[in-house]
Design a protein around this ligand. Sequence first.
Ligand SMILES: [Zn+2]
Length: 339
Amino acid sequence: MYAAGDVRVEDVPDPAILEPTDAVIRVTRACICGSDLWPYQSLTPAEGARVMGHEAIGVVEDVGADVQTVKPGDVVVMPFAWSDGTCMFCEQGLHTACAHGGFFGNPEIPGAQSEAVRVPLADGTLYPLPVGEDDALMPSLLTLSDVLGTGHHAAVVAKVGPGKRVAVVGDGAVGLCAVISAKRLGAQQIVIMGRHDDRIALAREFGATEVVSERGADAVERVKELTDGYGVDAVLECVGLDQSMDTAIEIARPGGAVGRVGVPQHEQVPAARPSFFKNITIAGGPAPVRAYIEELLPDILEGRIEPGRVFDRTVDLDGVPDGYRAMNERESIKVLIKP
Ligand SMILES: [Zn+2]
């Protein structure tokens, strides 16, 4: 990606082992993330071109001398952040704050919308999958690299549990995965807030019990009507805009929590007074998806959840520029890339 709207498919030098803890994987599945649309709308040439992509499944091609847990031929999922798995923050399950970690797909490290990618700290980062590289479950398994773990994180930090009333703000792939996660954790009521018919229909199949398509004050009023006038226990904020965060705080009941996983496009948390007077917990951030794979994987392998249904289009590498356009124009929920 060179600038907003300018995505090109080009040959670049092959990734290679640079550190003894690296692996190189051949990418068998990748995808375009909703968060990739922020630079797609705003990147300036001065910020520097980047190889995009932070979600992938691949086959290990080569490993450095110190790598012990994966070997050439392994099918692995690559979380959107790399991490050592051993530092104080990884130990507490916050791999996205790893003392030695970082994020894929920025100017400093090439991303996974590619034929191959170098993975730093391979032992702590990559998670071997017990399936072949073209397994039918690939779309769902791919969501372990970001959107499923991110939706789950929103639910975890917003303290979703049995019997809770939940609202999900945003009907993109993360919002839809947040619906799956809320249901999985036992929520009794799940209100999806969104306005796209195809996404709403999928949200209902994933477990949403009600739909609110209004915006702003009307949306707040509607959620309150659905919740005895008090709002929900947990709001999963999956957008990242000022207005969505404002709505999230407004629809949380006193003592409730907002789990935010949409990358904030604003500098300050809005609604400081309402959130204070209602004792609202505001939590969240980059999801430590690496920590969640172990818990979520069995539900995919055993067919209890199907997060891969968020993919409604598949492209090859040459189709990536059009994939960005389609997601940006809301013509597609999420685009899967099969290099
Ligand atoms: Zn760490």
